[in-house]
Design a protein around this ligand. Structure first.
Ligand SMILES: Nc1ncnc2c1ncn2[C@@H]1O[C@H](COP(=O)(O)OP(=O)(O)OP(=O)(O)O)[C@@H](O)[C@H]1O
Ligand SMILES: [Mg+2]
Length: 262
């Protein structure tokens, strides 16, 4: 795997989040969170339930506002830019829980990913690209999204994210609730998308897989980044192995899959 960026290598950094402080009402949940995402690489954030991972991704997407801190995209300050403005800058979020419109067809859901006029003109090319990546979605393009299997729904959510031609694709728990075979498939798709040049910021509870496909990772605990490094280093870190991988497992072993298909 490639070397991670250094803070001095500016051109290698697509996104830089600096000292983000985010609250829900009076409750602060991110406390000076700093991370960066290297261009063309997969970066991950791992952490326990409630650590603040989704909050961090939603803040990058502009769904939530940071009360302090800064977000730089290609060195430009996007902290004050709207969600729509960030979509225009090709930041795309595949949200936790997929959030498809169940009563709309697969294709209608995909087209919602290119709601901005600049993307709509190229929607047919976008659909062709998504259908090439996910032939199963093409077969089911007229099916209501609510009747898709869990794995197909995740493909549809990722496909919708790709319709906005992302330079940064953020994926929040893409394998949650999927059967082992589908987990394999989804992670393969993510690697495939990264190989096509899309920079990825990945949040995943399937920590072993997430670390295996990422280049660089951050560990988040109760709203703070407590550890970061190349994923080879994290997989061998005592704390990560105990807290997230299970002590009995080696770093190259896939974690046991117990989840049932949806
Ligand atoms: N809309 C909200 N209103 C109030 N508190 C919230 C809201 N959303 C999240 N929180 C709180 O913020 C904290 C961080 O939540 P967040 O969803 O970012 O965690 P997470 O790391 O994504 O967790 P998980 O792994 O369970 O998805 C949690 O304590 C959560 O209860
Ligand atoms: Mg979450």
């Amino acid at each position: 795997m490639a070397e991670p960026q250094t803070s001095t290598d500016r051109s290698a950094t697509l996104l830089s989040a600096q000292n983000l402080e985010v609250s829900y009402g009076a409750t602060q949940v991110l406390w000076g969170v700093t991370f960066s995402v290297a261009r063309g690489k997969i970066t991950c954030i791992i952490g326990a339930n409630g650590a603040g991972k989704t909050t961090a991704l939603n803040t990058v997407a502009g769904v939530l506002r940071a009360k302090r801190g800064q977000l730089l995209l290609n060195g430009d300050d996007i902290t004050a830019i709207s969600t729509r403005g960030r979509v225009k800058r090709h930041i795309s979020l595949v949200p936790e829980g997929r959030q498809l419109w169940p009563g709309m067809s697969v294709e209608e859901n995909l087209l919602m990913g290119c709601f901005l006029p600049q993307f709509r003109q190229r929607s047919q090319a976008g659909l062709a690209r998504v259908y090439e990546l996910f032939p199963r979605l093409k077969e089911r393009r007229h099916q209501m999204a609510g009747t898709l299997s869990g794995g197909e729904q995740q493909m549809c959510a990722i496909g919708r994210g790709l319709m906005a031609e992302p330079q940064l694709l953020m994926l929040d728990e893409p394998s949650l609730g999927l059967a082992p075979k589908l987990v394999d498939e989804i992670f393969e798709f993510i690697v495939n998308i990264a190989q096509q040049g899309v920079t990825i910021l990945l949040v995943g509870q399937n920590v072993n897989y997430t670390l295996q496909i990422s280049h660089y990772g951050y560990v988040m605990e109760t709203g703070r980044i407590t550890l970061e490094g190349p994923t080879e280093m994290l997989m061998n870190n005592e704390f990560v192995r105990h807290a997230y991988l299970g002590v009995a497992e080696g770093p190259q072993t896939k974690e046991p899959q117990t989840k049932e298909p949806l």
